[in-house]
Design a binder for this molecule. Sequence first.
Ligand code: GCW
Length: 849
Amino acid sequence: MIRFLALSLCASSAAAESGLAAWLRYAPLQGGESYHSSLPSHIVALNTSSASPVYVAGQELQQGIQSIYGKQCNVHHSYDGASSSIIVGTLDEYTKAYGSLSNPPNLIEDGYWLNTEGNTIQILGKNERGALYGTFAYLSMLAQGNLTKVAYSSNPNAPVRWTNEWDNLDGSIERGFAGNSNWFANGVIVSNLTRTAEYARLLASIGINAVVVNNVNANASLLTPQNIEGLGRIADVMRPYGVQVGISLYFSSPTSGVKGQANLTTFDPLDESVVAWWTNVTGQIYQQVPDMAGYLVKANSEGQPGPLTYNRTLAQGANLFAKALQPHGGIVMFRAFVYNNLNETDWYADRANAQIQFFKPLDGEFDSNVIIQIKYGPIDFQVREPASPLFANIPKSNAAIELQVTQEYLGQQCHLVYLAPLWKTILDFDLRVDNESSLVRDVVSGQRFNHSLGGYAGVVNVGTNDTWIGSHMAMSNLYAYGRLAWDPTLDSQYVLQEWIRLTFNADQSVVNTMTQISMESWPAYENYSGNLGEQTLTDILYTHFGPNPQTQDNTVWGQWTRADHTTIGMDRTVSNGTGFAGNYPPEIAAMYENIATTPDNLLLWFHHVNYTHLLHSGETVIQDFYDQHYAGAATAQTFATMWESLKGKIDDERYYDQLFRQVYQAGHSLVWRDAISNFYNNISGIPDAAHRVGNHPYRIEAESMQLDGYKPYTVIPFEAASNYTAIVTSSNTTTGTAQTMITCPSGTYDVAVNYFDQFGGHSHFVVSLNNVTIGEWTANLKPWIGSSEGPRVLGHTPSIYIDGHSATRITFSNVTVAKGDMLKIVGTPNGIEPAPLDYVSLLPLGIVD
Ligand code: GCW
């Protein structure tokens, strides 16, 4: 049984925590000195080169033990016979020096053996980075106050455990919510790579072994000699952590006029000059980066060039790179995210079928060092999708799963969504190929179809922000990604709690509270963004952040819902629809084909039904929509309150930062709830049986107030504003006033104001009662005025419009209000932002609406 020491963090709230150290804080444990005798006194790292992961392991052990327990250990590079040592190295080096272990562990590449049972602790890797992984596993125990004696070996589930970073050469990051690139600026690789090294250290501690440093929407100028030299520098700083560099390629680079490289007139993958071009460039890269991991390729997708231009197959395209890489030991991650524009008037058209159409016929044609990298679902990182059937359809090809750590469609780090439970629904899904157990995780490990290559690609998109990905709590997703890529059988809550203890502390109430919030977060987000398999009902044409369900339909992008006045959902059956269900092996196909056996949470993914269709739950589709959206938003309200119970139990810096986000999420979840409920209420004409939708007794619509210098504004999309209407100042330079007399009974209320915070202006608002100010704020994504913390930035993709992305709420609690008081809001516009207001809610305590 695991024994956690009854230790707690020293004065946790005192130390400022920016988040930079993430889960590698090595926070001092109170009373750590009393355990010095059970800790080793010497560290023996069986390598003397500072570029070696084994050397780094020695340093890391010294630093960790010193910091956590206050015990100083010396690092040696050969065993001096002293007992009470830790020996870290490769199994081979260990065996050379001390002879074989009595029971040699069965290790594969990157695996390790950790034995703390004897007088000498052994941390032995199959290779050098395996030794570092074992070191981090041991330090993780120590940092959690776990001094249990263990002796076990651990091997990775799959060889490929990479991150993908969508960094552009200009320094921006596509779908990044944490600042700019750590390694690119102004078209080149930056000189200061400190953060890159720190990132590699973090990644090593969770078993990640390569980083693809540039966006899959690639840029040919990555291949200039100057940038290739820069890649060498990145590789040099990451190598001591066992993290390799990979790069994304732009398929038509040979014709792109890359400075310092030949310029061809074709990029046909079968043309000899093109083959020679890539062979040559690949050779140049390996000169700078002898251990380059490989290439990632997005071809013929979303405007990216590819082999189809020349009537070559995707396999011919992939193999072009495979052959160039093969002599150097590199691999090609070839993305399955390929689809064409479609016409929604065609009932049988379906973007979800595209991968099967493109890749299934090519199975067996990919070179052995090509891995097909498949997003977890057939569409695009949605809040819920069925497992991509491609995992079942290319048994002769290597496969990897692509997960998205950055929360593009899942709240962009401004909504807390712990993703491991979502990923587990896919990884644990049994595709029943040939009526046999065929878990997705066993397909990507290579085990199911006997491949030695396969694994995981996680789109992370870390930026320069100290929190790495934009919010402290969202880092649980990066941690879980690494842990699951190493061992997908791990339980998501177990992984989460490891992360909480390491990142915050082991106080039981901290662990319990953060666990509850995190474990409830994905279901809540699904409920208020898009339930019943309806995808994240966000604005797919703009920011992918706030609600905008109608953007899903009448586009060529194929993320359709087919909602009309009476029906909704994609008919993906074989019998009457797009046939997508038939892409699964027979047992699964039969389940999804039949509405009676399709789970409610994927109903609208597979079936087109009336709003009045009865779910397994007994509820109608439309009522379930209303109920779940209300339930999800209600759950999100509790997160902020639960978070408040952590005051003083964690450091103030992270406490306030996350509180700001939880308060924001509580408000924005209401925007989601109302927008989706109103939209479907409007389109279906079916009222909410519980009379909530469109019925808000506590609200005062801004447009119904007495306006001076303000005018009504019809919001697009209509559902993004209460009563479809907001108010804006008459000009962008003059102040507006909205006022009304309070008619509700005198008492204490929470006063919530819904307004819009557009990008491109910082309007100022003052709310008063009888000319006594009860609150004021600037619409700049900062916390409420009066709190002591500095400015905070949410970091989601900005919107310049008055819409569901910019809609937000501020609440002033416990305000004494008397009937007959004059409630007044004065809005001062700024920049493009005309101080837009939606409504004021006077909420009796305990009610949120
Ligand atoms: O969903 C889309 C994203 C794009 C991304 C693309 C992909 C890098 O919105 O930003 O492009 O997926 O995965 O290629």
